[in-house]
Design a protein around this ligand. Structure first.
Ligand SMILES: [Zn+2]
Length: 56
C-alpha cells in the first residue's frame, strides 16, 4: 500500500521510470514507457524521465 502510494506519487509529479527492456533511441532522446503508469516517457537527463507529450 505504501509502495503503491509512493509510486503513484512520483508519477503524479512527473518522475517516471521506464521499462528498461523497452527503451529506444529516437535520434534525439531515449524514449520508453513508464512501468508504473504506462505513459510514454522521454529521458531528460541522468535518471530523469518525463512524460512525453508527443506520444499519447
Ligand atoms: Zn509513470
Amino acid at each position: 500500500m505504501v509502495q503503491w502510494l509512493s509510486a503513484s506519487f512520483r508519477c503524479l509529479f512527473n518522475r517516471h521510470e521506464p521499462v528498461h527492456d523497452h527503451v529506444t533511441w529516437d535520434g534525439a532522446h531515449y524514449i520508453g514507457s513508464c512501468h508504473r503508469c504506462g505513459s510514454g516517457v522521454r529521458r531528460e537527463g541522468q535518471g530523469v524521465w518525463r512524460r512525453d507529450w508527443l506520444q499519447l
